[in-house]
Ligand binder design. Structure first.
Ligand code: ZN
Length: 297
């Protein structure tokens, strides 16, 4: 074959490979938040990027008999990345073991908002998310993590883990613009109405803080976007996303798309373009999702 034809063939092959969407599994089914309203937003955010093929697995409802749980056995290894929109009863031991092995072995994991309230007693899960809130978390869970003058503080004083004030719009302050997830973001941007999670505590090992916001409760820069290494796996943890209106935000969409790609592959290529309507420090950028019913609160 002519050398040029071979070169064209190779580039065509690599193009078709690059177009293969990354397989994402969203887990929902129990939450103290309205997951029925927010999972469609997560799904839309990922799907509209064109980079992902999204599947949703829904756990049995709270109080379901063990036979219902026996029938829920997601095959994590079939996916490049798992996104959790779950905050509820402990998963069966076999599923927990599968999930630990999956992330330990290099699977990607993205924890959204109240997913970090889940599983206070599951040590490996807390190592994956780095820090969490509520569910009896305290200084025994690990230090309270915050940023001051660009430096990471680990506060070991006694106190509960997890707090937030009334919902409001707030400025997200980027702490790291070199990371593939945040490269090209403005250093400060206004986020749509949300809860500003504070006083999160946990093992906080192998963790890097990418973004924070100043808490009205603590006066400190509280992390809202973190990356954690767990074994061979990459974990992205965002505390943003209380409600559908919090997620329907161009900034949140970018965090979710880029974070999910990075958790899956360690790179941000397919979702790297920064949209022209990215929020500024003065102006939020809500995303319109046609046909989506508005959440009450
Ligand atoms: Zn919330």
């Amino acid at each position: 074959m002519h050398q040029l034809s071979i070169a064209i063939l190779i580039s065509l092959l690599s193009l078709s490979h690059a177009a293969d969407p990354l397989r994402v599994l969203i887990v929902d089914g129990q939450n103290n938040h309205k997951w029925e309203f927010t999972t469609p937003v997560l799904k839309h955010a990922l799907a509209q990027s064109g980079a992902f093929e999204v599947t949703v697995t829904t756990t049995p409802p709270k109080g379901a008999p063990s036979t219902a749980w026996d029938a829920w056995r997601p095959v994590f290894r079939d996916y490049a990345v798992v996104v959790s929109n779950y905050n509820g009863e402990p998963w069966p031991e076999a599923v927990r073991a599968d999930f630990e092995a999956y992330v330990q072995g290099g699977g990607g994991f993205v924890s959204v908002h109240a997913a970090n309230n889940s599983f206070p007693e599951w040590q490996a899960y807390n190592e994956m998310i780095g820090v969490g809130g509520w569910g009896g978390r305290s200084e025994k869970s690990g230090p309270w993590l915050y940023v001051k003058d660009g430096k990471l503080f680990r506060d070991t004083r006694a106190g509960p883990g997890g707090a937030h004030g009334p919902q409001h719009e707030f400025v997200v302050e980027m702490q790291d613009l070199e990371h593939p997830i945040t490269r090209g973001f403005p250093s400060r941007w206004l986020h749509c109405k949300d809860e500003l999670y504070s006083r999160l505590r946990g093992p906080a090992q192998h963790i890097q803080i990418l973004a924070t916001a100043k808490s009205d409760l603590t006066g400190e820069q509280e992390p809202n976007l973190m990356v954690i290494q767990y074994g061979q796996g990459r974990v992205v943890h965002t505390t943003l996303g209380h409600a559908d209106y919090s997620m329907l935000d161009r900034g949140f969409y970018e965090i979710l798309e880029r974070g999910t790609e990075w958790a899956a592959t360690g790179k941000v290529e397919l979702t790297a373009a920064i949209p022209a309507d990215f929020p500024t420090e003065e102006k939020t950028s809500p995303v319109a999702l046609e046909g989506h019913p508005k959440q009450a609160k």
